[in-house]
Structures are given as structure tokens and as C-alpha cells.
Design a binder for this molecule. Structure first.
Ligand code: SF4
Length: 247
């Protein structure tokens, strides 16, 4: 089934509009959810890909549906060489429209004393800058990645700097096993560190391999209590109420 993405952005970009869309899209495949987003917000959709985890599937899907789709890549300056190499491989192999954002300043090894401050400079501010050009933000968050992501929906209405933003998670209901099957079935390259005990890959100072039985993201900021870099918490979600208002 294909859901009609019209009427487009203006009426969709409301809590009620996106909740209604989510109710229909939940049963659809990630490719269909991504295609719907690109139709609903033409030229106004960004897909973020870190080239760390299996979320690279989104870059492949976007290249097949609409090759001009901006693939936003945040270069913190502290990524693994394998991550940069995979980014370059996707550009070569799939011709993705890579758009890179970097920090405005270099705080040095701030991660040693203040990981939140470091992530704010190296990740959150560049992402906020990137989103200035878009109404829809597609990312690879999945519900099975850990407790902080367990309630993720396929489409959510968020607010950033007082304006509406559609956050789209085409992989939300896929398991790690499903996404691996997709990568392998389609011969899609992935970060080789995933074969070396790493299950979630960010900046090298803050990433370690995971152990058997640990959550997928347990190797990120291990031992610090920090679980998210802030990329997925600087926007606030709004839901519609039964009377049509928003909370
Ligand atoms: S993950 Fe670590 S190195 Fe990367 S921005 Fe955050 S604190 Fe800094």
C-alpha cells in the first residue's frame, strides 16, 4: 500500500498530521517510509548517516529512491579511520549526495573532562545548523537499541527553535537482525569494526567494543552514565491531544 503524501508539508507538519501518518506507516517497510518522506517533503528532507553502525542502510535506500537526497554527515574530527573510509566508499559506489558539517571551533580533548560539552560543540551545534535547511530529518534510530530509544515511532512531530520538524525513523521497528539481513542481502558495505566486537560506533575516544549480553550502545561513553550524545534530545516531541491540541 502506498500512502498519499499529499497534501504536503504544511498540513502534515502538525502533531495530528504526523501522528496520523505514523499510524499508517508503521506497517510499511523502511524503503516505503523513506520514499513517503521524500515525497512529502521534497527538497526539504535530510538523512543523517554516521557510517558507524548498520544505519548505513538508509544511505543505500536513499540512493536508490532519490540520489540527490542530502546525506548529512557530522565530522566530529574524532571518528575512526574505518568510518571515514566507509563514507568515501559510499560516495564512490552509490554516488550519494554527501553534505558534511564540522564543528565551528576546536575544543581539543574536552571529552576528557566534559563529554556533554564536547558533544554539544562537535555534534549538536553542527546538527542544529544543518537542520536549518530542512523540514524532515531521517535517521537510523531503532527501538531495540536500548531503553532510551524503546518508544521511538516511525514519524514524530518535534519542535526546534520554535518551528516544526518531522523526525522520521524508517528503521524504528526493525531488529538488529533484520537490518543485518538487509545489508548482507544487498551486498551493502559496512564498518569493519562491527566485525571486531563493536556494535555501535561513534568517536574513538568514547567508543569501546561491547561484551556478550550488553545493550547495543553499551560501548558508548562506557562507565560515565552518559547514554546519548544529545543529537536526539535537543528537539522536543509534541503529540496531539484528543481535542486536537498539542502536548
Ligand atoms: S562522542 Fe566523545 S569525542 Fe565525540 S563529540 Fe562526544 S564527547 Fe566528544
Amino acid at each position: 500500500m502506498t500512502i498519499d503524501a499529499r497534501p504536503l508539508a504544511s498540513s502534515l507538519l502538525t502533531p495530528a498530521g504526523l501522528q496520523s501518518a505514523a499510524a499508517e506507516l508503521r506497517a510499511q517497510s523502511p524503503d516505503e517510509i523513506l520514499a513517503w518522506t521524500l515525497r512529502a517533503f521534497p527538497g526539504r528532507t535530510a538523512v543523517t548517516v554516521s557510517f558507524g553502525g548498520p544505519g548505513v542502510a538508509l544511505a543505500y535506500m536513499a540512493s536508490r529512491i532519490e540520489p540527490s537526497t542530502p546525506i548529512v554527515f557530522l565530522d566530529t574530527g574524532f571518528l575512526f579511520p574505518e568510518t571515514y573510509a566507509l563514507r568515501d566508499e559510499f560516495v564512490r559506489r552509490y554516488g550519494i549526495n554527501l553534505v558534511e558539517y564540522k564543528p565551528l571551533s576546536d575544543p581539543g580533548p574536552l571529552y576528557e573532562t566534559d563529554t556533554d560539552g564536547c558533544c554539544a560543540i562537535r555534534k549538536v551545534e553542527p546538527m542544529q545548523r544543518a537542520l536549518g535547511d530542512f523540514d524532515a530529518w531521517v535517521s537510523g534510530v531503532r527501538r531495540d537499541q536500548g531503553p532510551t530509544r524503546a518508544n521511538t515511532d516511525v514519524v514524530e512531530h518535534h519542535v526546534i527553535d520554535g518551528r516544526p520538524l518531522a523526525k522520521v525513523y524508517p528503521l524504528a521497528y526493525w531488529s538488529r537482525g533484520q537490518i543485518w539481513s538487509y545489508l548482507l542481502d544487498n551486498g551493502i558495505p559496512y564498518n569493519p569494526l562491527l566485525d571486531q566486537g563493536y556494535s555501535s560506533i561513534g568517536c574513538w575516544p568514547c567508543t569501546r567494543a561491547t561484551r556478550a549480553g550488553e545493550d547495543e550502545r553499551a560501548g558508548r561513553w562506557a562507565g560515565t552514565g552518559k547514554t546519548e550524545c544529545g543529537l536526539h534530545t535537543f528537539t522536543s516531541i509534541e503529540r496531539s491531544t484528543p481535542t486536537g491540541g498539542a502536548t
